[in-house]
Ligand binder design. Structure first.
Ligand SMILES: Nc1ncnc2c1ncn2[C@@H]1O[C@H](COP(=O)(O)OP(=O)(O)OP(=O)(O)O)[C@@H](O)[C@H]1O
Ligand SMILES: O=C(O)c1ccc[n+]([C@@H]2O[C@H](COP(=O)([O-])O)[C@@H](O)[C@H]2O)c1
Length: 194
């Protein structure tokens, strides 16, 4: 059975930080594929300057077009908002459970607040977590340290964020090297974040 790592995010827009992590996971862990799950509404985020789902999807689609092991997923587009990961996992399991074994990909920053996620214990009971390093404040909860379901993956640290890209692009700064070329073109042609 193929092992799929799920990388959840708003991807507003997807940038090379996301791409480097996902590519590292498929090349250097036992994951066969990584799916970018585009979240309509993350539980802890506001909708400020959030592009429509289909634009964020289009950018992910174009970013991974030439990476056969990386795929966009729109599974959350038809689910209730805000989108809780535990509920999405149930849907994915119902739809693809016979074909794929799913795991979660997250940064160390998100692991530090993982105890605040809806039913995080249920998630850990059924799924593995692949955690990559990320510079961030705070500590990893002791219940997650050395947990049998949590695997650390030494991916490179790339301190880029979509917020930075949106803000600086809006100010007229050149952010082109931080984005996959097709994403940059789409964003520029569509006049996003201006
Ligand atoms: N440079 C990066 N390196 C590693 N992980 C990242 C990086 N940027 C974002 N992530 C993580 O990737 C996931 C999806 O990213 P998302 O689009 O939600 O975040 P973001 O780029 O930080 O966006 P924003 O700045 O709009 O909040 C999140 O779990 C986020 O923590
Ligand atoms: O399920 C939850 O309770 C939950 C709480 C916070 C975040 N998430 C998921 O984690 C993803 C990354 O979160 P964020 O806020 O760091 O962009 C986001 O797209 C959601 O799918 C999920």
């Amino acid at each position: 059975m193929k092992k799929v790592g799920l990388f959840f995010g708003t991807f507003n827009p997807i940038h090379i930080g996301h791409l480097v992590i996902a590519n590292h996971m498929v090349e250097f862990s036992d994951l066969d594929e990584v799916w970018f799950v585009i979240t309509p509404q993350s539980p802890f985020k506001t909708k400020q300057s959030l592009l429509d789902n289909h634009h964020r999807h289009q950018m992910v689609y174009e970013a991974v077009e030439e990476y056969p092991k990386l795929k966009p997923s729109t599974i959350e587009f038809d689910l209730p908002q805000p989108n809780y990961t535990v509920d999405t996992l149930t849907h994915l399991h119902e739809q693809y459970g016979e074909q794929y074994q799913f795991a979660l990909i997250m940064g160390e920053d998100n692991l530090k607040s993982f105890h605040k996620w809806k039913n995080y214990n249920t998630i850990l009971e059924h799924y593995s977590l692949y955690v990559y390093p990320r510079i961030s404040e705070g500590n990893i909860d002791h219940e997650f340290k050395g947990h049998s379901k949590i695997t650390k993956v030494d991916a490179p640290i790339m301190e880029i964020s979509s917020t930075f890209i949106r803000k600086q692009h809006n100010k007229g700064k050149n952010v082109r090297p931080m984005l996959p070329e097709a994403v940059w073109k789409y964003m520029d042609e569509m006049n996003f974040y201006r």
